[in-house]
Design a protein around this ligand. Sequence first.
Ligand SMILES: [Zn+2]
Length: 216
Amino acid sequence: MSVSTKRFAIGVLLLTLTLGGCGLYQKYGYGRVVESKLDPAEQTPVVLPANAPTISQRFRPEKEPSKSDHRGFDILVPTGTPVLAASDGVVSRVELSILYGKQVMIDHGLDAADLRLQTRYFHLTERLVQEGQPVRRGQLLGYSGMTGLAGGFPHLHFEVHRLDETEPAVAVKVLDPQLFWVDGVGRITCYDKARSFPASPTALTYPVPCLGLDWQ
Ligand SMILES: [Zn+2]
């Protein structure tokens, strides 16, 4: 490849990245789940309220030989968006990793299946809680961002883990967060300070604020 061809190729690459980034920014919005590549038959149907920030990438279960699994879902929100605890619990870990950047993990009580749930919040720009600290549903955990390998655009990657303590070694399963909303499977539930939520079994509310609802 000649030097000028190389320069041209790099220019095209940079332009593509820039436009791609802008494209993602234009998608910031509310009430829309961006289509995933998963077979519709395998997806949990999702109802996203019109005032809830968009989901840009859904959960994809681990499947061999495909390595395109996605262990949670991504909410497309600008850096600095408040990240809220999805239910009552205790902060079990505050960590920094190359892949997921600044992250917070919360241990909750038992879910409807009597197993312990854990939620994880990744790529944060700032964390406001410490390990061992009890938190309430809707409490501010920190702010979203793009630390770690966030793919070049700010978003919140959110995961749900289910811990089975009846096994000799605690078994951990990563599950589709869509299964655990307060309002039912696939029915994304916005946090609203004015609403009362049952303390148990553990069920989740959306980990970012929805438009027009008071979370503070
Ligand atoms: Zn993700």
